[in-house]
Every structure is written in structure tokens, then in C-alpha cells.
Design a protein around this ligand. Structure first.
Ligand code: DC
Length: 204
């Protein structure tokens, strides 16, 4: 069984995917981390992003700098390159097929990576709410962050991820939408679980 979770940055899809995977006893892959690893290695080594993507090793996903804002921006930039996406496709699909099941979160899981996923969720929230969450996370980490700048960066990233020619961020036609603007992590998890249970009973 494959659960595909897509959506923009800071909508809560990562937390949700992790929790769902734990609950269901499934493997979890944060596909954004793969693009982040390519983006960071490309910046650090100066090698072109396609070469980096083709030679990516599991150890690259443990780089300590992958969660930061600069890594997110670099990821979004290299993610617009078709050959980079192609190079990372096999790894994601092989992961999805591993028993007993998998939850993958990203931007194109339900549309491109796993179009036959059993359950597809598109997790979103208003731009303002997402920027506010990201700003609070940065402040909590002790970083200096200007709210307007965080909002603008997020707007730019959304636009780049949704407007690219190959595998743009978009809900699959058969995805169920979860808007977390007014939901905390527990409420979002409860909503997702209700969808999963409904789908599992209708499939059985
Ligand atoms: O989910 P994230 O913020 O870690 O993702 C970082 C960037 O990687 C995101 O802005 C776009 C890209 N990405 C993608 O293009 N496709 C995916 N499946 C996952 C991430």
C-alpha cells in the first residue's frame, strides 16, 4: 500500500507523513530531502546538479545542513531541471514498493512518482499561515528571521514549484485535500487518518 502526500512548504505534510507512517507501520520517505541533498552538494562541490543527482548516495541525505532555508531554495532550483528529476525517480519508486507499505511526501508523488498510489492527500494552508509557521520555527531555532522576507521566500518557492514544466506541484485529480490553515498537528492527523480508513474500507 502506498500513501502519497503532496503540498507546499510548511503546510504540515512532513509531520503528517511521519506520523501516518508510524501509525501504519510503513516506511517513510521525505522526498524533499533528496532534492535538498542534490541542491546542497551542487552548491558545495560546484558540480552540475545532474551529475550530483545521478551519483547521489544515501549518506548524502544525512548532511547536517539540509533542513535550512538556503537548502530549501537550492532544492527548489535544482528540482526544476528535468534530468535531475528523472535521475531521482527510480530511487523513489523502488522505495515506494518496499513492503509492508510506504508513505512518501513531496510535490509530485500523487501525479508522477506514484500515480497509482492507494491513497493521495494534498496538504495545504494559506500562504500567510505557512509563512508564520516557518518564521516561528526559525525564531525558535535562534535564527534571525524577518517575517516579510520569510513570506516572500515562500511565495517565490511556491511559484517556482508550481510553474515548472516538469512535474509541477499540483494535487492529483484523485487527491483528497486537507487544509491545515486552522488545524493543529493532531487535528490534521485525525483528518488524514479518517481519509485513510475510509479508503481502506471502500477498497476492501
Ligand atoms: O518539501 P521540501 O521543502 O523539503 O522540498 C524542498 C524543495 O524540493 C521544494 O521546494 C521543491 C523540491 N521538491 C520537488 O520538486 N519534488 C518533490 N517531490 C519534493 C521536493
Amino acid at each position: 500500500m502506498i500513501v502519497a502526500i503532496d503540498g507546499p512548504a510548511a503546510a504540515g505534510k512532513g509531520t503528517l507523513a511521519k506520523r501516518l507512517a508510524e501509525h501504519l507501520g510503513f516506511n517513510h520517505l521525505d522526498t524533499g530531502l533528496i532534492y535538498r541533498a542534490v541542491g546542497v552538494k551542487h552548491l558545495e562541490t560546484g558540480l552540475d546538479a545532474i551529475t550530483v543527482a545521478r551519483a547521489l548516495q544515501p549518506a548524502d541525505l544525512s548532511h547536517p545542513g539540509l533542513r535550512g532555508e538556503a537548502a530549501g531554495r537550492a532544492a527548489s532550483e535544482v528540482a526544476a531541471i528535468p534530468e535531475v528529476r528523472q535521475a531521482l525517480l527510480d530511487f523513489q519508486r523502488r522505495f515506494a514498493q518496499r513492503p509492508p507499505g510506504a508513505v512518501l511526501d513531496g510535490r509530485d508523488i500523487g501525479t508522477v512518482v506514484c500515480p497509482d498510489a492507494d491513497i493521495k492527500l494534498f496538504v495545504t494552508a494559506s500562504l500567510e499561515k505557512r509563512a508564520e509557521r516557518r518564521w516561528k520555527e526559525l525564531i525558535a531555532k535562534g535564527e534571525t528571521a524577518i517575517a516579510e522576507r520569510v513570506l516572500q521566500d515562500m511565495r517565490d518557492r511556491d511559484a517556482r514549484d508550481a510553474a515548472r514544466d516538469v512535474a509541477p506541484m499540483a494535487p492529483a485529480a484523485d487527491a483528497v485535500l486537507i487544509d491545515t490553515s486552522e488545524l493543529d498537528a493532531d487535528a490534521a492527523f485525525a483528518a488524514a487518518l479518517a481519509i485513510v480508513h475510509r479508503k481502506m474500507t471502500t477498497k476492501a
